[in-house]
Design a protein around this ligand. Structure first.
Ligand code: ATP
Ligand code: MG
Length: 479
């Protein structure tokens, strides 16, 4: 096999930049994306020392120098610099020592261009900062970064009523809190309600940060802030802990946070003191930290995704939200609530669902929970022209669930109208995928988990059926 050809093609079309130096930090290899990132032509770079190419760097700050010295890999390190063409680039690098027969021969660095991700997250950060001023004086509820209070939560079943009663008590305590529930069970709506039920905190801000969306280094600088002039090129900026002083900080999907960062988080929870990255000064903050996870936290600890000591700190108070299939009594009031909501939004006048539909809804497992129910109603109401939702308005996947539960029901259909098995399976598959994408709010990894298939399989099927976010929801792709 012509490995060299394959390898050359791979390196050429890879989006990541790859740079290799010898043991004296002279460039011996790099691929095309590096020319873009570094603003250096191939000829210029070859054989040069890394410090001559990146003149801002010193042996102390260069990742290559550090790795060649320590012979230990540096993974996911964030760097910001101005390249030779004057472009400010934010890159995520992983630098690995190359050791052959026990001897150090050089180092390899893989770059990912983070400029766009970083610009977006900085814009969000600045917008958050301008919406809520730091001291957060006297902002009324719902002018504080939240949309929900306990009054917005539909709960008629005993289990949900007692969950609300518990959440109200928890609101008063101010302790760190861990909220666990499957996707779409209402974790965020509950957490916002808890913030708004605290008479003091509700006047201050509520900030939610998803821990799965950002690479470790970026998340760390967003949480803790940065000091100016550190070699990462960072500006002097407060982190979310400082920004949320007096209020609540929600760390969503805590089980995706890097383990080392979880250790730093634990220290803040214990003593309430934050130190900006690269800085020496510490600040004491009064932030209620709420973490949420859609994975059983005890299992996440077993699997090494959640630090045990952090778990014990957070687990002092835990709120568990049950999956919708465990409290189907709430389905009728939720259905009516969402119909009313979309009637207002779409200027329609749908009165309700037929008895058969409601029966089916009560039996259906709703793996995407309340969010899936909400999107199902929304999608039906987009199309409907009569004033009652009937069986024929339902997506095939929900009907299929009924056929499975009651196989005789559809057996009287004329055989001549039967679709081919392949066509029927394709329709079902396509529909399931759309619903999972909707339930996962466009997050493919989560959609794959909902369907219990590998991400790559989902990706292939999305391509095969030409499914796009707007064919699923009629809206633009969320950020
Ligand atoms: N009991 C409820 N009453 C009314 N609306 C609800 C209820 N539970 C959830 N919702 C609505 O369902 C949607 C999903 O809820 P939410 O975002 O709180 O879920 P989540 O548990 O945070 O999900 P994920 O893990 O996917 O982030 C939201 O639009 C929310 O307003
Ligand atoms: Mg959520």
């Amino acid at each position: 096999m012509d490995y060299k050809f394959y390898l050359d093609s791979l390196l050429k079309y890879l989006a990541e930049g790859i740079l290799i130096v010898d043991k004296d930090a002279n460039v011996v290899f790099y691929n095309e994306p590096v020319t873009d990132l570094a603003g250096i032509s191939m000829d210029e770079a070859f054989g040069k020392n890394i410090l001559d190419l990146f003149t801002d760097l010193t042996p102390e700050t260069s990742t290559f120098y550090r790795v060649l010295k320590s012979q230990k890999a540096m993974i996911d390190h964030i760097q910001t610099y101005t390249n030779r063409k004057g472009r400010t680039v934010n890159i995520l690098t992983s630098t690995i020592p190359l050791i052959r027969d026990g001897e150090l021969v050089g180092a390899l660095e893989v770059y990912r261009d983070l400029t766009q991700v970083k610009e977006l997250s900085e814009r969000i950060f600045e917008l958050q900062g301008s919406i809520y001023n730091k001291t957060g004086q006297g902002k009324p509820a719902k002018g504080n970064g939240t949309r929900y209070t306990f009054d917005d939560i539909i709960a008629e079943s005993e289990v949900m009523k007692s969950t609300i009663a518990r959440a109200r008590k928890i609101a008063a305590s101010g302790s760190p809190l861990l909220v666990y529930g499957e996707t779409g069970t209402g974790k965020e709506i509950f957490i916002q309600a808890i913030h708004n039920a605290d008479p003091v905190r509700r006047k201050n801000i509520f900030i939610a940060q998803n821990c799965a969306a950002l690479p470790k280094g970026l998340l760390e600088s967003i949480l803790f802030g940065t000091t100016e002039g550190s070699f990462t090129g960072a500006r002097e900026r407060q982190g979310l802990f400082e920004l949320a002083d007096g209020g609540t900080l929600l760390l969503d999907e805590i089980n995706s946070m890097d383990i080392e960062l979880q250790g730093k988080l634990l220290r803040i929870l214990e003593d309430g003191v934050v130190r900006r990255i690269g800085g020496t000064r510490t600040t004491t903050v009064d932030v209620r930290t709420i973490a949420s996870t859609n994975e059983d936290p005890a299992r996440a600890v077993d699997q090494g995704k959640l630090r045990e000591d952090l778990y014990y700190r957070l687990n002092v108070v835990t709120l568990v939200l049950p999956p919708l299939r465990e409290h189907p009594e709430d389905i009728p009031p939720l259905v009516n609530h969402f119909i009313a909501k979309y009637n207002r939004r779409m200027r329609k006048n749908v009165k309700g669902v037929s008895g058969e539909v409601m029966n089916l809804f009560m039996k259906y497992p709703w793996y995407g929970n309340v969010r899936e129910l909400m999107y199902t109603i929304e999608s039906i109401m987009n199309e409907i022209e009569v004033d009652e939702i009937q069986l024929n308005h339902l997506p095939p996947s929900i009907l299929a669930a009924e056929a499975k539960a009651d196989p005789d029901k559809h057996s009287t259909r004329g055989t001549e109208n039967l679709p081919s098995m392949r066509q029927a399976l394709h329709e079902l598959e396509c529909d399931l995928i759309k619903r999972a994408i909707r339930a996962a709010n466009g997050n493919r990894a989560r959609a794959a988990r909902l369907l219990d298939i590998p991400k790559q399989t989902l990706h292939n099927k999305i391509k095969k059926y030409k499914i796009t976010w707007d064919t699923v929801t009629g809206k633009e792709v969320p950020n």
